[in-house]
Design a protein around this ligand. Structure first.
Ligand SMILES: [Zn+2]
Length: 334
């Protein structure tokens, strides 16, 4: 993996890699922090280093040994495609590295649908494999993501594995919601925390990704300093989408006769959740500069916007829910 890490990722990686090379890396790690900060990229790079058969301490994975080649042979950019037993399949069916396990949402054998939680069979299979002798180097790595999706029974099985550490076996949990993990799990892993980087660093990184400085600043402002989110939004052209939401809300402030048309447009494409997220953000922003009565109205609207966004997952009547929301947009008292 030649992927260059962002500076905030590199800091976490360097610390963990030094511990790995010194033989001090604990059995259980929790990569914790907001989504899109590159937790998985760091875990992957560290895994390749742990499994490499040809590098000296202090060096990166060699990229040439059989382990490195096999590890790199699957396409990192493809969505994680997981078999029911928890192994990761290359899109063409090429087997993953025998000493690397990736556990995520698996397909339910009976319903053929993707499960919404990580289940005990996956953890048992993983633990069984971890108990075997590594096939290439001296280590085995299992990465579970999102670790907060492990259900109760699976957590108990995972706990057993965490309680019986074996040398050269690494069990890494990746989670954007670490507080959802049981305290019993959290107390048995060392946390590698990912935090939002300083603004200058985030900005420089965005510019290095090819974004214009002015756009980088604007995107960082609306992403509240989150470089990964700002990058994603810039790639998607989401700044224009947000500007459109501002225009729509301003129009509603003057006159709500266009609400039905706006609701139809908002509900009409795959950007609907992002529109509602931006709309909630805009309400929160305006509440910060409003006075008493308006603060309460905007705060209530903020809550309603978030509830409407949640509803999108369950309702087919998105347009009606959005229309309700738009009609509730605070207008000046006359
Ligand atoms: Zn290697």
């Amino acid at each position: 993996m030649s992927e260059v890490l962002a500076p905030w990722q590199q800091r976490v990686y360097d610390k963990a890699a030094a511990a790995l090379d010194a033989g001090r890396l604990p059995h259980g790690l929790l990569f914790a922090g907001p989504q899109r900060l590159g937790k998985r990229a760091v875990a992957e790079k560290l895994a390749m280093r742990a499994l490499c058969m040809g590098h000296a301490p202090g060096e990166e994975a060699c990229g040439r040994c059989r382990s490195c080649q096999l590890y790199s042979s699957r396409n990192q950019m493809d969505p994680v495609e997981t078999r029911p037993d928890g192994t990761l399949a290359h899109p063409d069916g090429h087997p993953a590295h025998p000493d690397a396990r990736f556990i995520s949402y698996a397909v339910n054998d009976k319903t053929h649908k993707m499960r919404s939680e990580i289940v005990i069979e996956q953890i048992r299979t993983m633990s069984g494999k971890l108990a075997l002798t590594p096939q290439y180097g001296e280590n085995q790595v299992a990465i579970i993501e999102p670790a907060d999706a492990i259900n109760h029974a699976a957590c108990n099985a995972l706990l057993k594995t965490l309680e019986e550490p074996q040398p050269g076996r690494f069990l890494w949990l990746v989670s954007a919601q670490p507080a959802r993990l049981p305290a019993t799990i959290r107390s048995r892993v060392q946390v590698l925390e990912f935090r939002l980087p300083p603004r200058d660093e985030a900005r420089a990184w965005l510019v290095a990704q090819g974004h214009k400085a002015a756009q980088a600043d604007e995107a960082l402002a609306i992403a509240r300093g989150h470089p990964g989110l700002a990058h994603e939004w810039l790639e998607q052209g989401a700044l224009a989408l947000r500007a459109e939401v501002v225009t729509d809300l301003d129009r509603l402030t003057r006159d709500d006769s266009g609400a039905a048309g706006i609701a139809q447009r908002w509900a009409g494409d795959e950007d609907v959740a992002l529109r509602l997220r931006f709309a909630a953000d805009i309400a929160a922003e305006r509440a910060r500069v409003a006075d008493g009565h308006d603060i309460r109205l905007l705060a209530a609207w903020f809550d309603q916007a978030n509830r409407t966004r949640e509803l999108l997952r369950t309702t087919v009547r998105a347009e009606l829910a959005i229309l309700d929301l738009l009609l509730a947009w605070p207008r000046p008292r006359s």
